[in-house]
Design a protein around this ligand. Structure first.
Ligand code: 13P
Length: 344
């Protein structure tokens, strides 16, 4: 295993003031997002949309890496940037801008028991990783999801099965020279309190790290992509950003070895203002308490993309304003990753 290379890539991904753009929506997820903006879900629209994001001037100041969906890994620019870039593959284009191309390598979710989910794709993973690395990917992502329901979910079986898969995934990636971004997401759906989310997050993250240790994952060459500790969307008692920060940091301190290269949060359906504000509070508090044990930043999908996608709406005449909005969102989250975000 090339530990030096893994550590080098992981460090670049969490470089100060930078974070990751998650643009790895599957066909069905991008459909859900496009429908809201009246955009038809065709291959060309997916390509044109992502070209709009990736060609935004100067985003390399704030974006260290982009997680791509498999389709995008093999798509090319169509020359909106001028003749020199026409036909250039996205990973090559991003690399040229000093943005690391990554790829989502799980294949979505299957049912687990009546109400839970297990992540698919481990059987073919090793073969696929060879192709992804050849196509220029430098890092990968695998997402497991956990639902909170009363005192019943998540079940111990679901936590353990998903944790084992996350660890197996991380090992295959490190063996293939790719940095794993290990993503255990506690879903926001439901009416649970923040304290319930804290209890579940702590249990899940501890079991995940237990399995990562069993597989002897090289932590300086691995990134954790967790959800924040939040109350369920339907909980009447919504916490302040300060409470989110305190509880999130406490869980991370209790579960995440300091050798882990970095922590990059997902936004997970929070409003974009909340996701940015909460990240800012977490970083600020970690710095104040001397508890910034790892670099902490963002790996956002919806937070970074919702407003630029709405502005773009599939129309060429909106490209410039959409890019300006994307740049603004990236900048705000970069500020938040330093604890310096002052609001819109
Ligand atoms: P969100 O920020 O929209 O949650 O997306 C991040 C991600 O990669 C989810 O898998």
């Amino acid at each position: 295993m090339d530990t030096e290379k893994l550590q080098y890539i992981a460090k670049l991904l969490v470089a100060p003031g930078k974070g990751i753009l998650a643009a790895d929506e599957s066909f069905s997820t991008i459909e859900k997002r496009f429908v809201l903006c009246d955009i038809e879900n065709t291959e060309e629209n997916r390509r044109a949309y992502r070209e709009m994001l990736f060609t935004t001037p100067a985003i390399e100041e704030y974006i260290s890496g982009v997680i791509l969906f498999e389709e995008t890994l093999y798509q090319t620019l169509r020359g909106a940037q001028g003749k020199q870039t026409e036909g250039v593959l996205f990973p090559e284009f991003l690399t040229g801008r000093r943005i690391l191309p990554g790829i989502k390598v799980d294949q979505g979710l299957d049912g687990f028991g009546e109400k839970e989910k297990i992540t698919k794709g481990i059987g073919t993973l090793q073969e696929r990783l060879i192709d992804y690395a050849k196509a220029g990917a430098k890092f990968t992502k695998w997402r497991a999801v956990f639902t909170i329901e009363n005192n019943v979910l998540p079940t111990d079986e679901c936590i353990l099965e998903n944790a084992k898969l996350l660890a197996e995934y991380a090992l295959f990636c490190q063996e293939a020279g790719l940095v794993p971004v290990v993503e255990p997401e506690i879903l926001m759906e439901g009416s649970h309190t923040i304290d319930k989310c804290k209890e579940v997050s702590e249990k899940v993250f501890k079991i995940v790290f237990g399995e990562l240790k069993v597989k002897e994952i090289y932590f300086p060459g691995m990134i954790l992509k967790p959800s924040m500790v939040l109350a369920g969307k339907d909980c009447l008692n919504q916490p302040s950003s300060k409470e989110v920060a305190e509880k999130t940091l406490e869980v991370l301190k209790n579960c995440v070895p300091t050798e882990v290269a970095g922590i990059v949060f997902l936004s997970g359906g929070q409003s974009d203002e909340d996701a940015t504000k909460n990240l800012n509070e977490i970083v600020k508090l970690a710095k104040e308490n001397n508890e910034a044990l790892w670099p902490i930043t963002f790996s956002y999908g919806r937070d970074l993309q919702d407003s630029p996608m709405k502005i773009w709406a599939g129309k060429e005449e909106n490209i410039l304003s959409a890019k300006n909005e994307f740049y603004k969102k990236a900048k705000e989250n970069s500020m938040a990753s330093k604890g310096e975000y002052l609001g819109e």
